[in-house]
Design a binder for this molecule. Structure first.
Ligand code: SF4
Length: 368
């Protein structure tokens, strides 16, 4: 039986960095391998964060580079291979060749637990590896399991099997309650998510022990582990906790998350960058392009240089068009209106949430 490896990908953003800090503090006995997939096109602040994190962890963060040995940066190497064809949301070759392929090469066929920093206040699943030897775990959420595990475990045709597994676990004060929920079939009015939440609310640790026992009957990597420290994890970490972990550890919050003021037609607004990733990432919003133009003009100029042979980062306009004064004014105005609407709705006081809201899936799926 192969040893199960524990890995944690550092995207360069705040959540995965905070997860690394959290795992080191809470589970020091876990031998976690930290890695990052370097495209060669991140902001300096991202590289700084990775260096700071290495000091805190007291461990090397393995730099995975696609096209290792090339004398160009990984992105430039592949761009040449693609004949200058810039990646886009419809043709995201960059994620595949710069992140997924190096990661899959790194883990090979070993059974792997991959820790992912999706927060408890996020409503998304994140990337789940297609490789059956890689299992994702989400320590910041009440439900630490990936949706494919839950979808295998809770359907009606597995109720009997699950009850049999559950009856072999030691009885606790929660057994009766959980047993009742397990027997309740899914219907149109009783969904998988509702069932999952009831089970987690009944007693998270007992439910986690059941999942672990169920996994033993599958080919998932955790089937090969004798025990799993996170079964008793009850923590739910939200955005405030992430910033607290980064600040208190001394690792720090990457500078690009800090709000900067801008003026537009006599009005003052605030902007920032919403996430890590390549400085020219096509998933960034128009206001983030303006942020790049005004806060990192040399990087914006570099991004412009990539726009050749009719290829542009944005579908509907080139960067040259985007920075025409009239266009900049319009983008800022629209953004100000949108942020005003969001703050009236009072959903969140975080600028990052507002940026996320419109960004949707974004390049979050760039990360493993
Ligand atoms: S950050 Fe954006 S541009 Fe860079 S690899 Fe990810 S999706 Fe592609």
């Amino acid at each position: 039986m192969k040893k199960v490896r524990h890995v944690l990908g550092i995207s360069g953003g705040k959540d995965s960095a905070a997860l690394a800090i959290y795992m080191k503090d809470k589970y020091p006995e876990l031998d976690i391998e930290y890695y990052t997939c370097d495209t060669g096109k991140e902001l300096d602040e991202t590289y700084q964060l990775i260096n700071n994190l290495e000091v805190y962890l007291g461990k090397k963060i393995v730099r995975l580079q696609a096209a290792d040995g090339s004398n160009e940066s990984p992105f430039d190497h592949f761009l040449k291979m693609y004949g200058g064809f810039l990646p886009s949301s419809n043709s995201r070759w960059c994620t595949k060749v710069l992140k997924l392929v190096p990661f899959e090469k790194y883990v090979g066929d070993d059974p792997v637990i991959s820790y992912v920093g999706i927060r408890g206040d996020e409503d998304r699943e994140g990337y789940i590896s297609k490789k059956s030897n890689v299992q994702s775990i989400f320590p910041f959420r009440k439900n630490i399991w990936s949706e494919d595990v839950i979808a295998k475990m809770l359907p009606n045709n597995n109720i009997e099997n699950l009850n049999a597994i559950f009856s072999n676990l030691p009885r606790t004060q929660y057994t009766k309650k959980i047993d009742e929920i397990l027997r309740q079939p899914l219907t149109q009015n009783f969904t998988l998510n509702q069932k999952l939440n009831l089970l987690l609310d009944a007693h998270t640790e007992t439910f986690n022990n059941l999942v672990f026992a169920f996994l033993k009957t599958t080919a998932y990597p955790l089937a090969q582990a004798e025990s799993f420290q996170l079964l008793s994890n009850n923590d739910v970490l939200v955005r405030d906790d992430i910033f607290r972990l980064l600040r208190e550890s001394g690792v720090g919050v990457p500078e690009y998350y800090e709000k900067r003021q801008f003026d537009s037609n006599g009005k003052t607004g605030e902007y920032a960058r919403s996430r890590s990733g390549c400085y020219f990432c096509f998933f960034q919003q128009k206001i983030e392009w303006i942020w790049l133009y005004e806060q990192h003009p040399h990087l914006f100029a570099k991004a412009m240089q990539y726009e050749k042979q009719g290829y542009t980062w944005n579908q509907e306009e080139s960067l040259e068009e985007l920075i025409k004064p009239e266009r900049v004014r319009k983008i800022k105005e629209e953004y100000l209106k949108r942020t005003q609407r969001q703050s009236n709705n009072n959903k969140s006081h975080y600028l990052l949430d507002i940026l996320d809201e419109v960004e949707g899936e974004g390049c979050a799926s760039c990360f493993i």
